[in-house]
Ligand binder design. Structure first.
Ligand SMILES: Cc1cc2nc3c(=O)[nH]c(=O)nc-3n(C[C@H](O)[C@H](O)[C@H](O)COP(=O)(O)O)c2cc1C
Length: 273
């Protein structure tokens, strides 16, 4: 089972990714970054994909323009800890949907295939992070299965909610067996925080779990779920602060993490259908 730290806007900088990796995250992700800004060489955008230590990191892109993707990749010099490109196809924020990104991409299978092929031409691993569709209707129509079946990505991170669902509604883990049955590598995401959930997902054939909010409250959750020892919350907090200093984390990022570390994560849990 692979343990992954989720991309989280205004949280997932080098310091957060590093502390998650120290405590068991096998793979970490940058927050969603617009490929157009990267292609233009915008310094603020480029800072979001900086990798300041050797934490294995995947760059998550918001992309729907082949030319921008090609331009960015032609200039990108990957460090050794770079572990590939992930396309965000699950963000349900109106400002993202309105420009044809995030969840709006889930039915654009031909475009997705082209984007994945461009990344693979560079020899980089390529994955998709998806939801179950934009709304309940699309979930029922199994838009997520069509996409997983059609696209030749290395793995698919499936957040088990549809776009219009809020975090107040539980994630629906019953969708995983049919995803796994397609013969693709499936990573589960949404409300995962217990070893019972990890065991359930493993039994379904899921090959990894991605953890977001629960990792902000407790960056050592990965080791806990692996059954490995972890230090006290105070020690983890101290280590995070030292990393945030070392890597010059922005105030907003530090604040988002420090106000949550050591507090209880309010998650909705999961349902089975
Ligand atoms: C503050 C915040 C920021 C997020 N930013 C991103 C992002 O940049 N890219 C992305 O794919 N998902 C983003 N997400 C969604 C998470 O990666 C994850 O899919 C979701 O929180 C469900 O996982 P969890 O229950 O483990 O938190 C964000 C979620 C939160 C709460």
């Amino acid at each position: 089972m692979q343990f992954m730290a989720a991309p989280l806007e205004d949280n997932s900088d080098s310091a957060f990714r590093s502390i998650c990796h120290t405590y068991g995250a096998d793979l970490t992700f940058t927050e969603m970054t617009h490929v157009i800004g990267l292609a233009k060489g915008n310094m603020g955008t480029l800072s979001k994909i900086e990798m300041l230590d050797d934490t294995p990191t995947v760059i998550q892109l918001a992309a729907n323009k082949e030319m921008s993707l090609k331009k960015f990749l032609s200039k990108y010099q990957p460090p050794k800890q770079f572990k590939g490109i992930n396309f965000n196809m699950g963000c349900p924020a109106p400002k993202v949907l309105n420009i044809g990104l995030g969840c709006a991409l889930m039915k654009r299978i031909a475009l997705t295939k082209k984007l994945v092929a461009i990344v693979k031409d560079y020899g980089y691993p390529c994955s998709l992070k998806i939801r179950l569709g934009m709304n309940k209707f699309e979930k029922e129509k199994k838009v997520y299965l069509n996409l997983i079946d059609a696209v030749d990505a290395d793995y698919f991170i499936v957040h088990a909610r549809y776009g219009t669902q809020t975090y107040a509604e539980p994630a629906d883990f019953s969708i995983y067996p049919e995803c796994v049955a397609l013969g693709k590598t499936i990573i589960a995401n949404g409300d995962i925080h217990t070893s019972e959930q990890v065991a359930l997902l493993r039994d379904m054939g899921v090959q990894g779990v991605m953890i977001g909010r629960a990792a902000v409250h407790d960056p050592s959750i990965f080791n806990k779920l692996k059954g490995l020892p972890v230090p006290s919350v105070e020690k983890i907090k101290e280590e995070y602060v030292a990393l945030a200093e070392k890597f010059n984390s922005r105030f907003k990022y530090r604040d988002n993490i420090l106000k949550r570390i050591g507090t209880h994560a309010k998650l909705s849990g999961h349902v089975m259908g």
